[in-house]
Design a protein. Structure first.
Length: 90
């Protein structure tokens, strides 16, 4: 027997976001909205990777109560999409 706990993130519009998706996020400590990719989803927090021009890639651990705004920006391409794009090139 195997038991799995599936942790999920839903944006402000109710759209499910998965690991690897790109989101627009603003937390209590951020002045402005930033673009970030979801690196890891845990039970009570998530890790986002923010690409900052000055500082590079910054991992940011965020709890649910710290999020002011989040919305899905772009989906991570699935394996089916990758295969479809490979075959359509030639």
């Amino acid at each position: 027997m195997e038991i799995k706990t599936i942790n999920r993130i839903y944006d402000d519009n109710g759209v499910e976001c998965c690991e690897g998706d790109t989101v627009l996020i603003q937390t209590q400590t951020m002045d402005d909205i930033a673009q970030a990719s979801i690196d890891q989803i845990m039970t009570n927090m998530a890790v986002f990777i923010i690409d900052d021009r000055a500082l590079g890639y910054i991992p940011l651990k965020v709890r649910k109560q710290d999020v002011k705004y989040i919305t899905l920006y772009a989906r991570k391409p699935s394996d089916k999409d990758k295969e479809k794009n490979k075959s359509s090139r030639y």
